[in-house]
Design a protein around this ligand. Structure first.
Ligand SMILES: [Zn+2]
Length: 285
C-alpha cells in the first residue's frame, strides 16, 4: 500500500499518460509481491553438486547427501523451502565453525564414524545439525557413554554441583586470604547415612544399642568445608573423588586429595562419628 501511495504521488504530473503509468504500477506491484514471498511461494532449485562454505572452510557434496536424513537441519535447509545466504563465490554459506563439518559430511556420505578423539566435538555438531542418527551412534561410544553413566551416578548425589562450586569458592577465598599458592580444604565424603560404631556395626534403633540412642542422636554436621553424602548408587567414595578431581581439572584447577582420618566427633554414649575426612589440596598457580 505504501508503494502504491508513493507511486501515485509521483505520477501526478503525468496524468495525461495515465494508461502507461497504470501498466507500470501493476508491473512494480507484481515484482514486489514476488520478492517478498520468495521463500514460501517459489521452491529454491539446487544443482546436483552443491558447494558449501562453512565458516570459511569449503566443501563440495551431492545434494542427495545433504538431504539424506529428512529431519536433519541440512535436509531442511536444502529442501528448497528456504533461502540460503551465499558467499562472494556463490557457495552456500553456513555460519558455523567448519572444523568438524567433514565428519558430519562423511557420516552423511557413507555412515563413517569419527575417530574417538573427535567424538565429543562431532557430537556437538551433530546436535547443531539435528542429525539424530549420528547422535545415536556417538552416544554409545566413548567418551560419551562413560559420561552418561557418570552423570547418572552424579544425578543421584544430592548437591553435587553446588558442593563442587563450594570447593572452588572456599579454595579461592583461602588462597587469596593467605596469599598462598595452595589451599587446603577438609571434605567429608560418606556413602552411608548412619555413622558406624567403634565395632563397625551400622547403627539402627532396636539393634541392642543403648535405648537413649535414636537416629537423631547421631545427626550432626562434621567440622568440614564441604560434605558429600549419603547416596544410594553402587559407585563408591573413590568414584566420587574421581569425579571431583576430573571436574576440577576441567575447570583448570589442579587438586590432590588424601584421607586424613575420620571425623571422630563424639555423638552419644560411646559412639563417635566415623565419616572419613579428606584433605583437598588445590593448587592455584
Ligand atoms: Zn562427623
Amino acid at each position: 500500500a505504501m508503494k502504491t501511495a508513493i507511486l501515485s504521488e509521483d505520477e501526478q504530473p503525468f496524468d495525461d499518460m495515465s494508461e502507461e503509468s497504470e501498466k507500470r504500477k501493476k508491473y512494480i506491484m507484481k515484482k514486489s509481491f514476488l520478492a517478498s514471498n520468495e521463500p514460501s511461494c517459489r521452491t529454491m532449485q539446487f544443482p546436483e553438486v552443491v558447494h558449501l562454505n562453512v565458516g570459511g572452510e569449503c566443501f563440495s557434496t551431492c545434494l542427495s547427501t545433504l538431504r539424506r536424513y529428512e529431519n536433519s537441519m541440512l535436509a531442511t535447509m536444502f529442501s528448497g523451502r528456504h533461502r540460503i545466504p551465499r558467499d562472494s563465490e556463490g557457495r552456500y554459506f553456513i555460519d558455523r565453525d567448519g572444523t568438524y563439518f567433514r565428519d558430519i559430511l562423511n557420516f552423511l556420505r557413507s555412515g563413517e564414524i569419527p575417530q574417538m578423539e573427535r567424538v565429543r566435538e562431532v557430537y556437538r555438531e551433530a546436535q547443531y545439525y539435528a542429525l539424530r542418527p549420528l547422535m545415536t551412534v556417538l552416544e554409545e561410544m566413548q567418551p560419551l557413554l562413560g559420561e552418561r553413566v557418570r552423570q547418572a551416578f552424579l544425578d543421584l548425589l544430592p548437591y553435587y554441583t553446588e558442593n563442587l562450586e563450594r570447593i572452588i569458592t572456599v579454595a579461592r577465598e583461602k588462597a587469596i586470604q593467605r596469599k598462598a599458592r595452595l589451599a587446603k580444604l577438609r571434605v567429608c565424603v560418606f556413602k552411608e547415612e548412619l555413622p558406624v560404631t567403634p565395632y563397625e556395626r551400622t547403627l539402627f534403633p532396636g539393634t541392642g544399642i543403648a535405648p537413649e540412642c535414636t537416629p537423631e542422636s547421631f545427626q550432626h554436621k562434621c567440622n568440614v568445608d564441604v560434605s558429600f553424602g549419603p547416596w544410594t548408587a553402587i559407585a563408591d567414595v573413590y568414584d566420587l573423588l574421581h569425579c571431583l578431581t576430573n571436574d576440577l581439572h576441567e575447570r583448570g584447577i589442579t587438586s590432590e586429595q588424601q584421607c586424613i582420618g575420620v571425623c571422630d566427633k563424639h555423638l552419644v554414649s560411646h559412639y563417635y562419628c566415623k565419616r572419613p575426612i579428606y584433605e583437598f589440596k588445590i593448587t592455584w598457580w
